[in-house]
Design a protein around this ligand. Structure first.
Ligand SMILES: Cc1cc2nc3c(=O)[nH]c(=O)nc-3n(C[C@H](O)[C@H](O)[C@H](O)COP(=O)(O)OP(=O)(O)OC[C@H]3O[C@@H](n4cnc5c(N)ncnc54)[C@H](O)[C@@H]3O)c2cc1C
Length: 410
């Protein structure tokens, strides 16, 4: 294992960290108190400065103006940006655009690259990814009700989707729809690019999540595709390959999520320690930091975050070295374990802040509302645990014979 960070990357991480503290964290007040005008103006101004620093969309391919960072470096940057809910948007690497850019880069035709990919990378438009349906189990996406039926030169799409994140204000959606209901389950669906101004693309509502409906990028939409007609030229990749492409999107995407969660955990840890030192709890001047229970929380969380960080960097290193397919066990493991660490950090930081922790005067309550979902999206905990546990046990089955490889890898 080698997570060595180059000098150039050290410089980039240092610049990003300073910029986050000076320019991004101060914008959180407008976000937490619903001042959309101040927030949008602040984010636009910060995005301009990021471009001037040459750090816009650093994970994107060099040919599109990015830095083409490998997975470990991108992960380290994602951790820094994750320290604020606004970090990824300000640096142009927010989900779901980042994942869409990856699959468009790998599968788009020349025409699709110019029409959809280029403006997306340049930050001129936003996109969304529309797969999950309210009436079907997202954990078993082979069960899908949305269809795309060929008619002349077009596909006609019908179906209901929800939790299409960031659809509000997006220029186009990448939609998963069944194109061949008679094919084997994981060859039935395809990805189709649908401009959001296409007649029949109906954004029904932004769904209220724990009391917050959000807006624009920070929202999750329900969408009805109602005889929504797009040219067959909008098919992404090969027909029937929707799940193969989705898998490509999810592997590296989980590293981005986990490193972002580690950024959240790190910031919560900092806030927790600062509060513990500052909060005087006795007339004699004792602070929370003087209490052993708080000292134990700090020590335990520090150890937990360090472990989660090394685990995630190891998975990223595995992807860089062997590819996402070989690293799938490591990716499954971090998806549920790092989500748990992050949620533990949010919870403990709130506890140390007392009543202040549940107000919107700090960012902690925002994360408590919006990051609970980490254990659900991109594969619920139970699904990852079942898959990983089953694969590990298979290695130990009599005659399977590759337990040594597994222990070395671990
Ligand atoms: C904030 C947020 C953002 C999202 N963004 C997007 C997006 O941009 N685009 C998109 O298409 N989707 C998105 N999703 C949807 C997400 O991918 C699904 O919620 C997820 O796949 C789970 O599907 P489900 O909600 O239908 O739960 P279900 O499949 O109904 O599962 C419910 C629960 O059952 C349990 N469970 C399920 N299967 C098993 C099993 N095999 N064994 C044991 N237990 C099991 C798990 O605990 C799971 O949480 C988002 C979701 C959230 C919450």
């Amino acid at each position: 294992m080698d997570f060595d960070v180059s000098e150039e990357m050290e410089t980039i991480l240092g610049m990003a960290r300073s910029f986050m503290d000076a320019e991004v964290v101060p914008l959180e007040g407008a976000m937490l108190h619903g001042d959309a005008a101040a927030l949008n103006a602040g984010v636009s101004s910060a995005q301009r400065k990021v471009r001037e620093m040459g750090l816009w969309a650093p994970n994107h391919p060099v040919e599109f103006g990015g830095l083409g960072l490998p997975m470990v470096d991108h992960g380290l940057l994602s951790e820094v940006l994750g320290r604020s809910p606004l970090g990824h948007v300000v640096f142009g690497v927010q989900a779901p655009d980042a994942g869409n850019i990856e699959i468009l880069h790998a599968h788009a035709t020349e025409e699709q690259r110019e029409r959809y990919l280029r403006p997306l990378v340049e930050g001129k438009v936003r996109s969304c990814f529309s797969m999950t349906e309210p009436e079907m189990p997202g954990s078993n996406p082979a069960m899908m009700g949305t269809t795309a039926v060929k008619d002349g030169d077009d596909y006609v799409i019908n179906g209901q989707k929800w939790f299409t994140s960031s659809a509000d204000g997006a220029d186009f959606a990448i939609v998963m729809a069944v194109t061949d209901p008679d094919a084997p389950p994981y060859q039935r669906a395809s990805m189709i690019i649908v401009p959001t101004d296409t007649p029949g693309f109906d954004l029904v509502r932004n769904i209220s999540v724990m009391g917050d409906t959000g807006q624009g990028h920070a929202s999750h939409a329900e969408i009805l595709y109602h005889s929504c007609r797009v040219p067959q030229a909008n098919l992404l990749g090969v027909e029937g390959n929707g799940f193969v492409i989705a898998q490509e999107r999810l592997g590296p995407g989980r590293i981005h999520h986990c490193m972002r969660w580690l950024g959240i955990a790190g910031r919560c840890f900092d806030l927790m320690c600062e509060r513990a030192n500052a909060r005087v709890i006795t007339a004699e001047g004792d602070t929370l930091a003087d209490r052993q229970v708080i000292q134990h929380w700090v020590a335990e969380l520090d150890a937990e975050i360090r472990g989660a960080r090394l685990q995630t960097l190891h998975a990223a290193w595995m992807i860089d070295r062997y590819g996402a397919s070989t690293a799938r066990d490591e990716i499954s493991a971090i998806k549920f374990s790092v989500a748990a660490t992050m949620l533990h950090a949010v919870d403990k930081a709130i506890q140390v802040h007392g009543a202040l922790g549940v107000t919107d005067d700090t960012v902690l309550s925002y994360w408590y509302r919006h990051e609970r979902a980490a254990r659900i999206y991109d594969g619920a905990d139970e699904v990852h645990k079942t898959t990983l546990g089953r694969r590990i046990l298979r290695r130990y089955a009599v005659g399977a014979g590759d337990t040594q490889e597994w222990s070395v890898r671990r």
